[in-house]
Design a protein around this ligand. Structure first.
Ligand SMILES: C[S@@+](CC[C@H](N)C(=O)[O-])C[C@H]1O[C@@H](n2cnc3c(N)ncnc32)[C@H](O)[C@@H]1O
Length: 211
């Protein structure tokens, strides 16, 4: 199986710590900077990338927008670029491995309810595919795409955890309004390394601000 290429068009202002964790998880999943491209990173952000991401072995980061990458332009002309789009009329299937070489995602904060910011990427005219009706984090969307395309598993045969509640103690928990892939060993939602800890600290901070 030929490894595919994954592009995240970075659409947030900065790169927050949780985004760093997501991008590191993506790099780890897809085989590093040879297969993970981060596009539309502003020149000032590119010059001050967090050190974990400032490494071409981890991610190929550029200020160019996705369509300006010569290899993407060529693949797009042949119809071989797919935009993972929650509003696409067709779901991704293992057969799409024959159709597409590049998979493009929005580097967008998940919002509840979703605001369809992925729509900004439709201007490129890539074919769209949906990953089912639930909103996923960007790293989950890439994990699921890779399972469908590279492992040839149907979308509906993947085990998921929807809207997990992360419990911090007897009283406190945080509900995540997203779909995650279920870890087969632990039954827990797969999240980037360090993400739970990050969410817990964020929750404590918000609680302290409230007091
Ligand atoms: C956190 S989601 C953002 C969804 C979002 N709230 C919006 O405004 O579009 C980040 C990216 O993951 C991909 N994604 C997430 N869930 C998806 C789904 N169910 N189908 C297709 N793509 C999805 C899309 O590429 C999306 O841009």
């Amino acid at each position: 199986m030929v490894l595919k290429d994954y592009v995240v068009e970075h659409m947030e202002e900065g790169i927050y710590p949780w985004v760093v964790l997501e991008y590191l998880a993506i790099s780890n999943d897809v085989g590093g900077g040879n297969h993970f491209h981060l596009t539309s990173v502003t020149p000032s952000l590119l010059a001050s990338l967090p050190k974990e991401l400032d490494d071409p072995a981890v991610v190929h980061a550029t200020s160019q927008e996705v369509i300006s990458l010569p290899t993407v332009k060529e693949a797009a002309a042949a119809g071989r670029v797919c935009l993972l789009d929650p509003a696409a009329p067709v779901d991704l299937s293992p057969e799409d491995a024959q159709v597409f070489d590049w998979f493009v995602f929005g580097g967008i904060l998940g919002d509840d309810p979703p605001r369809d910011r992925t729509g900004e990427l439709r201007k490129y005219g890539f074919q769209g595919r949906r990953l089912g009706p639930f909103q996923m984090t960007t790293d989950t969307a890439i994990r699921v795409t890779k399972i469908v395309i590279e492992d040839q598993v149907e979308l509906n045969d993947i085990e998921y955890v929807d809207n997990p509640e992360l419990k911090w103690n007897k009283q406190e928990s945080t509900q995540m309004p997203f779909r995650y892939v279920k870890d087969k060993t632990t039954g827990e939602p797969i999240m980037p390394k360090g993400m739970r800890e990050h969410i817990r600290k964020d929750t404590e901070r918000a609680f302290d601000d409230f007091l």
